[in-house]
Design a protein around this ligand. Structure first.
Ligand SMILES: CC(C)(COP(=O)(O)OP(=O)(O)OC[C@H]1O[C@@H](n2cnc3c(N)ncnc32)[C@H](O)[C@@H]1OP(=O)(O)O)[C@@H](O)C(=O)NCCC(=O)NCCS
Length: 206
């Protein structure tokens, strides 16, 4: 059981992490491409910045952890505590106006959990399980609600949205709302106003 001292030290660690994230600037110079109006918190880890292209008007919030190649369009938001994992040969694509709410986990590459070999990166290649690596793509206006998990190879078609705490195992149809474990269609999403607003914003701001 935790005692008062444990809570005290955990609080100090958390405060230090927060302080670090506010003090340290993210190093934008290492990114493959970085557009205008991009804000990445100092605590964000992008393991292979040379494989990351980021468009205009993008925000990546505190404590996100990204180990894949990355292609991000314009007006994309990644909220705090998201992870996008799979390693250097995996890839995640987030097109214009797409987004991840806090705590999402996107798995672009995974060990085989069914038994083709040993697992995890500490094991030498010759003993290692087959890897399942396939890009995850969020097309324009696709959104993941808080704490969703997405499997390798999933494509969220244009305008698809997913409710909080869902597990997305298969690709999703355009402009449909989904939720659940696994995610199932719930209702159609209104697209006309979203697309009109996009056209207006692009004309006025770019
Ligand atoms: C999926 C979603 C869009 C549905 O919204 P809604 O139509 O207003 O849904 P309601 O609250 O009326 O719920 C309808 C039913 O679906 C269920 N439900 C809603 N979201 C659910 C979810 N994520 N998982 C499981 N069940 C869900 C409700 O319990 C309710 O069930 P009932 O009819 O048996 O009572 C919304 O619940 C959601 O998850 N939004 C994402 C919010 C988010 O993560 N925002 C991020 C910060 S911006």
């Amino acid at each position: 059981m935790k005692n008062k001292g444990d809570y005290y030290f955990e609080t100090i660690i958390l405060l230090n992490l927060l302080k670090r994230s506010n003090m340290e600037e993210f190093d934008y110079s290492k990114l493959k491409y970085c557009g205008k109006d991009v804000r990445i918190a100092g605590s964000v880890v992008i393991k292979y910045p040379e494989l990351a292209s980021i468009g205009n008007h993008v925000a990546i919030d505190e404590f996100c952890y990204i180990t894949t190649a990355l292609e991000i369009g314009d007006y994309v938001h990644i909220a705090p505590f998201c992870s996008i994992i799979g390693g250097k040969s995996a890839c995640c694509v987030l097109r214009d106006f797409s987004g991840l709410a806090a705590g999402c986990r996107i798995i672009c590459g995974s060990d085989d959990y069914l038994g083709s070999g040993l697992t995890n990166p500490t094991v030498p290649d010759a003993y290692h399980a087959d890897l399942h690596i396939e890009p995850v793509i969020l097309e324009k206006h696709a959104l993941l609600g808080t704490n969703c998990v997405v499997y390798p190879g999933v494509i969220l078609s244009e305008g698809a949205t997913v409710g909080t705490c869902s597990l997305v195992t298969k690709s999703l149809a355009p402009w449909q709302v989904y939720f659940g474990i696994p995610a199932r269609p719930y209702k159609e999403r209104e697209r006309r106003k979203i697309l009109e607003m996009e056209t207006k914003l692009r004309k006025e701001i770019g």
